[in-house]
Ligand binder design. Structure first.
Ligand code: FES
Length: 899
């Protein structure tokens, strides 16, 4: 227990932190710039000065930097002493000497830590009358604007970019009064987390270029708590809306998951919500055009089709909410409901769920990953598939490892071992990396498990690999905490089994605290797996449609052209009489539909998704599109589907709000009962008030539609949450709630306002972090080692097998529709091993012809030194490269010039 005295008041605190951290945790207002809870202290700005006294009799005291001094027991400090207040005011004046007075045109204004500190320190009068220092601004790519004149040299940007995220293309140059933060030359920032500069920078040096294009001040935006939809990690976000467009995405603090940072895909991919070609009202296809329908017309039309259907097949989606998938299952019946993923993906998902539920091995959160000593990564290119998780792996390894130290494993320091098909962005911190086919990687995994516990199945390895496996086994056994990571994206169930075997073996035979993370493919894959008892694959559905067993297909939020080859989908969809699609994007599948329901995207709907840990989280409607245009009929898919079911069965509507569908879902699937506790009931109020989506300063609310009608439109009602589309309500950080639309507190307009929402700085929110774990892992007595089927495999069998390459920008379905992301997507390609390329007589950029599953592709060649011979790398998920090609053997490959 540590007691500190601040301005005559005694506080009991955690004495492990510095005084600044401690004062902020006590909710005292103490100005600062260069310190950041995730980056620590460097003492460069001198703004956090406090007066320190020797004892309670000392009236003189001396000025110290609170971020550089520990909160030791019985320390006496003052924040309010006139001398120290004057000191802070003078420091601010000094920092402002070169800062332009450009708030009216600066994108940061209203969201600016510098502005807040200016007000907090009371520096109001500018006395400097000379020329200000000016800098050249650089082009840093489509995401970030650069305005170096605003820099106050706090070094936060470089400490995040270089020290935290390990980016190496942003540096600090110059000397004395002429310091420059930028790149050696203009160019796109290469690091996958560059967007965090926008929130890290306390002034407007780095601002969100995507937001500037439809610029609105923070106080004029409408926010809601949301969940990033672009991988299975489930980072918490705050999308901001104005005039019916999502304008930006801010990080929403979550103490256990994303903490203060998002990846660039999560931050900048929102543009697909604003696309003009989205279906915004129900439509029916006529021979040469589509016609707009109202709700009654589409209900009547679809009900007639469904009533007369021979057999209906319903295809769900791992990018849709649990509620929507449940509603589809209710409509078509469990026997006709398909998860919307390939059979092999479904097998891997079942495997992941089985291990998650029965292995008794804990799946850590992102924050917990940072405390693991030794990490083994099998076959997942984390930076491309689950980037925020890769950033946590970096933190785990960063302060513990010395990549150039050959004896590191003997010293039992932190270490990362990884296997993949090719080099990855985590190679720079890996103590050992190995490139092989998925089967060969699994073989190493099985051998490692056997080394750790001889009850695990044995596989043979080369002598060199055996030696390395011995080293990894020893390091894992000696670690205090060891973590195994694998997942579904490599397309190999053997890799998942091998990872589970290693974790089980380690748990059986060592003292090490063992963690296991198995990453599913999409944001709600785990939720869908928990919902479904159906084991029929999507291929079975396609077969039934091809054979004429079924004549009616209902597809919800899923583009089948992304999963199966065009030739197959064209054939299937033209053969059947009725294709009904519910989606919020104008996909290729929608192009084949004769009935289109306009679904709401994540920004216009409320729903639940379940992340890789089994944590259910709720995302909330950010705005109501029909407020801006009454023609828009965007409903949650579950609302459309329930209406259909009621009309079909001539029953009364039962689901008026999300609580009703959740209740029905739990009754049907008790495994999901935790989703009810993810969020309070829709009727819950805090001291009689709803939680606001808008700040108190929101302007123009009553005149936003005055160009259309001078009569003020009533604000929309939200039946699905305790949030209101208004500024009248509560945003009090201390009241009992976990869902926070945006970070704002009197005097704190920037993201630093999260200080006020945390029980202690960098900890959980006052009333806990959002989300409920649905899966409490428990060792099942029947759960044991998986048998290996890789023994006997050799490279012969893998010749010309397709393996997936993933890209942060391009591989994920929704983000690849966003125009700014498209600018960063590589073009499609085929990756060949050097030797294979030579044998084929092709070089980089040569066009080759590839045939697989009766598709003929013409693609330019890329050559890799690491991809094993016999494997063919394709960026699956890119337009024209369907996911089902993962693991397929090709028919032939040829240099088209040799044909
Ligand atoms: Fe302490 Fe900058 S915050 S010196």
């Amino acid at each position: 227990m540590t007691i500190i005295h601040v301005d005559g008041t005694q506080y009991v605190v955690d004495g492990s932190k510095n005084l600044l951290h401690t004062c902020l945790s006590l909710k005292l207002d103490l100005p600062y710039f260069c310190w950041h809870p995730a980056l620590g202290s460097v003492g460069s700005c001198r703004l956090c000065a406090v007066k320190r006294y020797h004892n309670d009799q000392d009236c003189q005291g001396s000025i110290i930097m609170s971020c550089m001094t520990r909160a030791i027991d019985n320390i006496f400090i003052s924040l309010e002493d006139p001398e120290v207040k004057e000191f802070r005011r003078n420091i601010l004046e000094l920092l402002m000497i070169n800062h332009p007075h450009d708030c009216p045109v600066c994108e940061e204004a209203g969201n600016c830590h510098l502005q807040d500190m200016l007000v907090m320190t009371g520096h109001y009068k500018r006395r400097y009358r000379f020329n200000k220092r000016t800098h050249y601004n650089q082009y840093l790519g489509p995401f970030i604007s650069h305005e170096m004149n605003r820099c106050i040299v706090c070094y936060r940007c470089i400490r995040f970019y270089k020290d935290y995220a390990h980016g190496n293309d942003l540096g600090v140059y110059g000397i004395h009064n002429n310091i420059y933060f930028g790149r050696v030359k203009d160019g796109i920032l290469e690091n996958e987390f560059s967007g965090n500069l926008v929130e890290i920078c306390p002034t407007g040096v780095f601002t969100d270029k995507t937001a500037s294009q439809q610029y609105t001040r923070k106080w004029d935006l409408q926010f809601a708590p949301s969940i990033c939809a672009h991988c299975s990690v489930g980072c918490n976000t705050s999308p901001g809306e104005r005039y019916g467009n999502i304008v930006k995405i801010d990080n929403r603090y979550h103490g256990a998951i994303n903490h203060y940072f998002l990846c660039d895909r999560g931050r900048f991919s929102y543009g697909y919500v604003n696309l003009l070609d989205r279906p915004r009202w129900p439509q029916a296809l006529r021979p040469d055009h589509t016609v707009e329908l109202n709700t009654l017309e589409i209900m009547n039309k679809t009900t007639t089709i469904l009533k007369n259907a021979k057999k209906i097949i319903g295809i769900g989606s791992a990018r849709a909410s649990l509620e929507s998938n449940f509603a589809l299952r209710e409509l078509v019946g469990e026997e006709n409901f398909y998860l919307g993923m390939t059979g092999s993906e479904q097998t891997r998902l079942s495997l992941i769920l089985k291990i998650l539920c029965q292995s008794g091995i804990y799946s850590p959160t992102l924050r917990e990953i940072e405390n693991y000593d030794v990490i083994l990564l099998l076959g997942e290119d984390l930076t491309q598939t689950s980037p925020r998780l890769a950033l946590s792996v970096r933190q785990a390894v960063k302060n513990k490892s010395h990549p150039e130290d050959d004896h590191q494993n003997e010293k039992n320091l932190g270490a990362l071992f990884l296997t993949n098909i090719d080099s990855t962005r985590l190679d720079d911190i890996a103590l050992w990396k190995y490139y092989a086919s998925p089967a060969e990687q699994a073989r190493i995994g099985y051998a490692l498990a056997h080394k750790l516990d001889s009850n695990s199945p044995k596989v043979s390895l080369s002598i060199t690999l055996s030696d390395q496996v011995n080293v990894i086994a020893k390091t894992l056994q000696k670690a205090k905490k060891s973590l195994i990571i694998s997942g579904s994206n490599a397309g190999s169930d053997e890799l998942i089994k091998a990872a589970a075997n290693i974790a089980t073996a380690l748990k059986n035979t060592s003292e090490s605290e063992v963690g296991l993370i198995l990453l599913p493919a999409e944001v709600n894959s785990i939720g869908l797996g928990l919902l479904s008892r159906n084991i029929k694959s999507l291929e079975t559905a396609i077969e039934q449609l091809q054979n004429g067993v079924s004549d009616t297909l209902l597809i919800m939020e899923n583009d089948l052209y992304r999963i199966f080859p065009h030739n197959i989908m064209d054939e299937v969809l033209t053969k059947i009489s009725n294709v009904i699609v519910i989606d919020h994007q104008n996909t290729k599948t929608i192009g084949k539909a004769n009935i289109i329901f306009s679904a709401a995207s994540f920004a216009e709907s409320t729903g639940t998704v379940v992340n890789y840990e089994g944590r259910a989280q709720r995302f909330f409607k950010v705005y109501d599109p029909s407020y801006y245009d009454s023609r828009f009929q965007l409903k949650e898919s579950w609302r459309w589907l329930h209406l259909l079911k009621c009309q079909l069965t001539t029953s009364n509507i039962k689901w008026f709000n999300i609580d009703h569908v959740i209740q029905a879902c739990i009754e049907s699937c008790p495994k999901l009962k935790g989703i009810k506790d993810v969020c309070p009931d829709v009727k819950v109020r805090i001291h009689g008030q709803k939680i606001v989506r808008k700040s108190k300063q929101y302007s123009g609310g009553s005149s936003i539609l005055a160009n259309i009608n001078v009569h003020e439109k009533p604000i929309p009602q939200d039946p699905d949450s305790m949030l209101t589309f208004s500024r009248e309500g509560t945003n009090n950080p201390f009241v009992e709630r976990q869902h926070i639309s945006f970070a704002w507190y009197p005097g704190w307009n920037s993201p630093q306002a999260w200080n006020k929402f945390q029980n202690k700085i960098g900890g959980t929110l006052h009333h806990g972090d959002p989300g409920q774990r649905l899966i409490k892992t428990k060792k099942d007595k029947n759960f044991s080692f998986f048998e290996s089927s890789v023994e006997g495999c050799n490279n012969e069998t893998e010749i010309l097998q397709i393996v997936p390459y993933y890209h942060l920008f391009g591989s994920e379905e929704m983000s690849q529709r966003t125009p700014v992301i498209q600018k960063c997507m590589p073009s499609t390609y085929i990756m060949l091993n050097n030797i294979d390329a030579n044998q084929l007589g092709v070089r980089v950029k040569t066009i080759v012809e590839l045939s697989v599953m009766n598709m003929v592709l013409h693609l330019p060649v890329k050559v890799s030194d690491h991809l094993p011979s016999g494997l063919i790398g394709l960026p699956l998920g890119f337009p024209g490269l369907p996911l089902c090609l993962n693991g397929k053997k090709i028919d032939y490959i040829t240099n088209i010039h040799h044909k």
